[in-house]
Design a protein around this ligand. Structure first.
Ligand code: OSB
Ligand code: MG
Length: 376
């Protein structure tokens, strides 16, 4: 059971998105992705991915802060140190290091994958997953015009996606949601994600969105504004879903106590890893709150982690786990992630570890920097 890291190699790879992705706080065209290769003292190896972005626009962390936190503080603290189980890493790292949840998660999730590899079980089943396929939704970035969005939304529905999420910001909201609703029809599952672009004083404006029967409104206010989300939720018929605000299970408890939202978007990479992700999942399940798995424009490595997590029972809403081809000309894993015509992504529940193989030659080609830290 125990995990003892002997070596960790960090690599930064660069991959161009097939199309730019715009959220309220910024636009991404080329992804810089931090990949980790972990090796246990027994020789078992596993890959993992850090979900930090290029800019501190979604949260405070970036690829560069994660690189610093991992190389200076997180990995040195763990090398050669045995822990009984990957879940022990969460508390150990949280006690020692304030913040940096995405950097911590990269190692914590990698340790779970190491254990899955060693035991010859899939990450899905190790985590307690029960599903064989994940219902999938698409996240469409802010488009230049409502018409352009309507075309994208219509095409996504035709491809099989089970729900459509559109990014919004002040100035690109009502008209965009209106166009998407017209294009999709009254029954299609439609939702909007604001990535913290609104203020409490926008409550009247946001209440106008109720008319569009959105499945949910994701993260309208700032990440620390739980109380103000609760006041806003009182004003809205549309359920609020929290993403950025939920950085650990305690925040989910606060959300429940305050009534700050009715749905949680769980991203394991945002909450410090699978231990926290599972705790949030279990808490929401006890309170009959649905959860779904969000995405961070991951490569096929991080996607494998999301698919595994989304196979847990309370992930009852479609996740942002689009197939590889939505993002990349060519992914870094084989087989690539695919989605069927009904919007389902298969869980590799009977393959060990991530369930996909990392194409190391391709990773080598894309690597712009690398650093290995090893047990002395
Ligand atoms: O808020 O869910 C978000 C991408 C980058 C940063 C934040 C978010 C997103 C997405 C993309 O919505 C989801 C995906 O990976 O397809
Ligand atoms: Mg979001």
């Amino acid at each position: 059971m125990s995990i003892r890291l002997a070596r960790v190699t960090l690599r930064e790879i660069r991959m161009a998105l097939r199309e730019p992705f715009e959220i309220s706080s910024g636009r991404t065209t080329d992804r810089r992705i931090l990949l980790l290769e972990l090796e246990d003292a027994d020789g078992t190896t596993a890959w993992s991915e850090c979900v930090a972005g290029e800019q501190p626009s979604y949260s405070a962390e970036t690829v560069d802060t994660a690189w610093l936190a991992l190389t200076e503080w997180i990995v040195p603290r763990l090398l050669g140190r045995g822990v009984a189980h990957p879940r022990a890493l969460d508390g150990l790292l949280r006690r020692a290091i304030r913040g940096h949840p995405m950097a911590r998660a990269a190692v914590e999730m990698g340790a779970w994958t190491l254990l899955a590899e060693r035991d010859g079980v899939s990450l899905s089943r190790l985590l307690g997953g029960t599903r064989d396929a994940i219902a999938t939704g698409i996240s469409i970035g802010i488009q230049a015009s409502p018409d352009a969005l309507a075309d994208k939304a219509r095409a996504a529905l035709a491809t099989g996606y089970q729900r459509i999420k559109i990014k919004i910001r002040p100035g690109a909201d009502i008209e965009h949601i209106h166009a998407a609703r017209e294009a999709l029809g009254p029954r299609a599952g439609l939702m909007a994600d604001a990535n913290s672009a609104y203020a409490p004083s926008d409550a009247d404006h946001l209440a106008d969105l109720d008319a569009y029967r959105l499945l949910m409104l994701e993260q309208p206010l700032a990440q620390d504004d739980l109380l103000r989300h609760a006041r806003l939720q009182d004003r809205l018929a549309t359920p609020i879903c929290l993403d950025e605000s939920i950085r650990h299970v305690e925040a989910a408890e606060d959300m429940l106590a305050l009534g700050a939202g009715r749905i949680v978007n769980i991203k394991p990479g945002r909450v410090g890893g699978f231990t926290q992700a599972r705790a949030i999942h279990d808490l929401c399940r006890r309170h009959a709150l649905p959860v779904w798995c969000g995405g961070m424009l991951e490569s096929g490595v991080g996607r494998a982690c999301n698919v595994a997590l989304a196979s847990l029972p309370n992930f009852t809403l479609p996740g942002d786990v689009s197939p590889s081809a939505r993002y990349w000309e060519r992914d870094v894993v084989t087989p690539e992630w695919t989605m069927d015509a009904n919007g389902m992504v298969a869980v590799p529940a009977h393959r060990p570890g991530l369930g996909v193989a990392v194409d190391v030659d391709r990773v080598d080609d894309l690597t712009v920097r690398t650093r290995t830290l090893a047990m002395s």
